[in-house]
Design a protein around this ligand. Structure first.
Ligand SMILES: Nc1ncnc2c1ncn2[C@@H]1O[C@H](COP(=O)(O)OP(=O)(O)OP(=O)(O)O)[C@@H](O)[C@H]1O
Ligand SMILES: [Mg+2]
Length: 290
């Protein structure tokens, strides 16, 4: 079983602190790194892939410094960068074979692995098509496939669901589930529903700091008794919105309900409801990105 340890990692860009003393311990399973734009997700992932040197701290894989491991670590690692670009004139099959060869697979092995992975990401029927004509979601699936070519023990996916439509998102969750069974998968996202249904553990990153880690259920405990469904009049709505974080507004049978986060019932008609990750995200990150 593989483990990754992030030990007091800080990263400064000039005077700007992008990561501050990040401590993490990861084993097998699917981890969702959740944070708003600019939180430091990509920076942390680049440090964890050894593409970016931290200003302080280090990352260990099975107890060994990943930078010192060099090629040994890259053999264990699969990575989907946030800005994954493809060569438009390659076919899906041609591209994966090409990358497989770059990763050191022999010709026959490259071909076989390519066929296997195209099947896994559901692109076998489109293997002869050029990537230039692929949809965003299809391209993203090629990206996931290339990250899996060397059967990595550590799989790091930066915003893998960007550009996927709702159906593709569901399929992707199924794929993640299978992948997380016997390896370490870390994916970043700012979409709460991605981690809600796909991640075993959620890591909350805000302004370069880890502000929480745990299973969704564990993290939601902090909000127990703090989420309220409140029927409101048009006049009340504005005042309540100014006073409390509001994670949803809905209308049922002509009545407007606000979903508010507050330590005590915001009005006499407020009804306590179980918290969800959307509430948690609002609670920690607010409505606006940094
Ligand atoms: N090379 C760089 N030089 C200077 N500042 C940088 C550099 N790369 C990132 N930053 C800054 O560091 C912060 C974290 O950036 P990062 O890309 O890690 O965030 P992120 O969580 O991945 O955001 P997003 O959700 O938009 O992908 C941002 O404020 C960004 O502007
Ligand atoms: Mg990013």
């Amino acid at each position: 079983m593989v483990t990754l340890q992030v030990e007091r990692v800080s990263k400064l860009y000039g005077g700007f602190v992008a990561l501050q003393e990040v401590e993490l311990e990861l084993g097998c399973g699917v981890y969702g790194l959740l944070g708003p734009n600019g939180a430091g997700k990509t920076t942390l992932m680049r440090v964890m892939t050894d593409l970016l040197a931290p200003s302080r701290g280090r990352v260990l894989c099975n107890g060994r410094d990943i930078h010192a491991m060099g090629a040994d670590y890259r053999d264990l690692l699969g990575y989907l960068p946030q800005d994954f670009g493809v060569y438009p004139n390659f076919t899906a099959e041609g591209f994966l074979c090409y990358i497989a060869r770059l990763k050191g697979l022999g010709r026959a092995a490259a071909r076989q692995k390519t066929a296997e992975l195209l099947e896994l990401v559901g692109l076998s029927d489109r293997r002869k098509r050029r990537l230039g004509g692929f949809s965003g979601g299809e391209r993203q699936r090629v990206g996931i496939a290339q990250a899996l070519l060397n059967e990595p023990q550590v799989l790091i996916l930066d915003e893998p669901t960007a550009g996927l439509d709702p159906q593709e998102r569901i399929r992707f969750r199924g794929l993640l589930n299978r992948l997380g069974k016997d390896r370490l998968v870390l994916l970043s996202t700012h979409i709460v529903s991605d981690v809600e249904s796909a991640a075993d553990q959620v890591i909350l990153l805000r302004r370069g700091q880890v502000i929480g880690q745990g299973t969704p259920t564990e993290l939601l405990r902090q909000l127990e008794g703090k989420v309220w469904n409140v029927p409101v009049t048009a006049q009340e709505q504005e005042a309540l919105a100014a006073r409390y974080p509001c994670s949803n507004v809905s209308r049922v049978d002509g009545v407007t309900y606000m979903r508010l986060i507050a330590d005590a019932p915001p009005t006499g008609r407020a009804e306590g409801v179980p918290a969800n990750l959307e509430d948690l995200s609002l609670y920690h990150f607010g409505q606006t990105d940094r």
